[in-house]
Structure formats: C-alpha cells, structure tokens
Design a protein around this ligand. Structure first.
Ligand code: PLP
Length: 409
C-alpha cells in the first residue's frame, strides 16, 4: 500500500490532536482515514475498507471521482472565493443545470453550506411567504442541529439541553396523515417531512402519505417542505426520492450528495415563494462559492452520465436481496428497510456493537438508532463488495449470537 509522504503526524499524534483539541461531540472510531477511491477507503496503516458510510452519505459518485476532482482543481486555480453579491460563471452554470432537473416548478435556489442551513432557509422562507409561524414536523425526524433546524428535529437528546428552541413546532407521528390533519391550523406555515427518514431508522413513507400531506397543505395554505438532504441526488434509485410517489413539495432541501463531499446546502422553491425574501433578509458568506459549485456541477454531470439513480436502485435491490437471504439463514434480522442505496437493517442486537465489529473486518458503516444498522455506500460499490459486506455481517451476527447464548454443557 502506498505510504502518505506528506503526513508529518503519526497515527497517535493525529488521534491525540483531534481527541484532545476538538469538541468531544463525535463518537469517534479509531480509524485515521487518509485516502478514498470509489467505494473504498484506506487508513494511515494502509488497511482497506469498504466504505458504507461514504462521508455520511455525501459521496454518491464515489470518493474522489476523477471528473469531480478535475473540475475542483481547475476551478481552484481560477477562482475560489466569490461572494454571491457578485455574479460568477461557474455558479450560474451550476444553478442552470440544477433547475433543469429539479421537480416541476421548483426553479429558484438558495445556496448555503450544509443540510442544517438548507433547512434554516426553508423555515425562514415558509414564515416569510405565508406570514404564519407554526411548523408541523414528524416524530423520529432529523433536520439538523443548528437552532432552527434542531427545533424541527425530534430526538429529545439533541433538543432538550438547548431549549428554548424556535417556538411553534408541533410533532406528529410519521406516516399518519390524519394526525397532521388534526394538528394543522390557520397559523401553520409549513409541514416538514423526509420522504424517507434517515437518522430516525430508515423508514420509507407509506404509500399515499406524501400525496395526502400535499392535499392537506394546499387546503390550509401551508407550505410543504421535503427534506431530501440524505435521499437526494440518486441515492434512493431516483434523482430525488419524491419521484417514487410523484409528489412535488413547495420547498425542497438538499445537501449531502450534492457536492460529493464539498460543503453545499440547497434550498429550492417556486420563484414566487423565493421572491418573498427581500435583499438582506437571508444570506451566506460562503454559499454558492465557485469551488463548491464546480464540484457540484461535475457531480451532476457524473450522476447523469452514469445514470447513477439506476445503479443505486439495482445495487440497493441486490443488497436487500442478499440481506434477505442472510435473514433466512440466521434469525437475527427483524426488518430490512429503505430504497436504493439507503439500506436499514433492524436487528435484535445493539447496532453500535456490530458497527465496531464490522470496522475490525474492514467495513465502515452507520447506525440509525439503537437497533438499526445503516448502509449509505456510494453507487461505485460493486455486487462483489456487497457480498463481502453481507458475509462480514453474517460473521458478526454469528459471533454475537454465540456470545449471547453460550453452548449448553
Ligand atoms: C444530514 C441531514 C441533515 C443535516 O445536515 P448537516 O449538513 O449535518 O447540517 C438534515 N436533514 C437530513 C434528512 C439529514 O440527513
């Protein structure tokens, strides 16, 4: 394995630097990642991993895709910093490309730097446009951890230490349109929902649910906001997950896969909604900077060139089929959920424990709650790599089962 000549810190010094001098808010795994290519990642010792975390679902095109790398390099040499109060060719090109593929009518864009910011903009937009204040969000939702986005995030462990949050948010159960109908009133500015809940455990919207939310929002004059920060840009087998149900929201939030790992948040709406914001009412210093726009533009090119939604769809189906077979061999899987390369596995075991075992075996992956395993690999993953992941998962399950029920004497 190739050595990393440029690194002056050794593994221990790297872990000490981050461990002792950064906020202790991440449950860090003992991997020093130094290089990625496609679905693979290498650590500082040269150990190879199949990466089913993929930058927390940010690299649908794969790590360091050559087209994205080339575009970023070329732009970096030309211009990196350009505030949105000036026009820029690369930004204009990206926005033009993007609005050609966004859902019907959603042709006005605000560019920021993260998912949380995409949600912040959506909330402000909803309040400004409707002149109302209330927000209906879903139980098990995740919309980010900045104060406004956090106000719409369900989990009490994220919320309660930081209250009071933005007032006016009501939570109702996911997948139950009648509960939204009960909660909505003339003061409701927006309903915010993930078409597939990610952090909340990989729960796919039930049939008809989003369509009913669309109708309820229309009846009451509230905006419908889809948070597709995790599901957007081909991950679920469609360019946007909403295409599975053919429902178009008023506001769409995007981020993760948009910039192939470079920080980009996108809030898209119909022009008459976006134009309710006046000069100065919202902004971002870095939002829409040329470097990120170049990478995002190249990412869109790759997604279309390689028809990545089709790849993600069929690879995800294959993954779920393999997991289904595993579930038939071992009675450890309660449910397999998700669409495309957003894969959730509910098990009776502690998910975090399995993630640790998988890491030792060379697979990086995620949890989505205490008992749900989550895989968000890039569409560069191969069926053979999926087989390897499932084999390691089976071995981990077998090892845990032996621990839990020792052989009788
Ligand atoms: C990741 C995520 C966010 C937050 O994005 P950040 O970039 O971490 O702020 C919001 N909503 C969903 C659905 C996400 O998956």
């Amino acid at each position: 394995m190739r050595q990393e000549p440029s690194l002056s810190l050794d593994k221990t010094a790297i872990m000490d630097a981050e461990g002792n001098h950064t906020a202790p808010v991440y449950a860090k795994r003992k991997v020093v990642a130094v290089r990625g290519q496609g679905a693979l990642l290498w650590d500082i010792d040269g150990k190879e991993y199949i990466d089913c975390m993929a930058g927390y679902g940010t690299t649908i095109v794969g790590h360091s895709h050559p087209v994205v790398v080339e575009a970023a390099k070329a732009q970096a040499e030309k211009l990196i910093a350009c505030h949105a109060s000036l026009y820029n060719d690369t930004r204009a090109q990206y926005v033009s490309k993007l609005i050609k593929v966004t859902p019907q009518g959603l042709t006005s864009v605000f560019l920021s730097n993260s998912g949380g910011e995409a949600v912040e903009a959506a909330i402000k937009l909803a309040r400004k446009y409707t002149k109302k204040r209330g927000i209906i969000a879903m139980m098990r939702s995740f919309h980010g951890k900045t104060m406004g986005a956090l106000s719409t995030t369900w989990d009490a462990k994220y919320r309660s230490p930081f209250e009071p949050l933005v007032p006016g948010v009501t939570f109702v159960p996911y997948g139950k349109p009648d509960r939204v109908r009960d909660a909505i009133n003339d003061g409701t500015a927006a309903i915010i929902v993930e078409p597939i809940q990610g952090e909340g455990g990989v729960h796919v919207a039930p049939e008809g649910y989003l369509k009913q939310l669309r109708e309820i929002a229309d009846e009451k004059g509230a905006l419908l906001i889809f948070d597709e920060i995790q599901t957007g840009f081909a991950r679920t087998g469609k360019l946007f997950a909403l295409e599975h149900w053919q429902v178009v929201p008023d506001v769409l939030c995007l981020a993760k896969s948009a910039g192939s790992g470079l920080p980009l948040g996108i809030t898209v709406s119909r022009p008459e909604i976006m134009s309710s914001l006046r000069v100065g009412e919202h902004s971002s210093t870095f939002g829409g900077n040329p470097l990120v726009c170049a990478a995002a533009s190249a990412t869109l090119d790759v997604i279309f060139e390689e028809r990545l939604w089709e790849k993600a769809g069929s690879l995800g189906e294959y993954f779920r089929m393999r997991l289904g077979e595993l579930g038939e061999r071992l009675a450890v899987i309660r449910e397999i959920r998700g669409l495309g390369l957003m894969v959730g596995v509910e098990t009776r075991f502690e998910a975090n424990r399995i993630v640790g075992m998988m890491l030792d075996r060379g697979v990086i992956m995620l949890t989505a709650g205490a008992n749900v395993l989550r895989f968000l690999p890039s569409a560069a993953i191969t069926p053979a790599q999926i087989d390897t992941v499932v084999r390691h998962l089976e071995d981990s399950f077998r090892q845990l089962s032996m621990e839990k029920s020792p052989p009788q004497p």
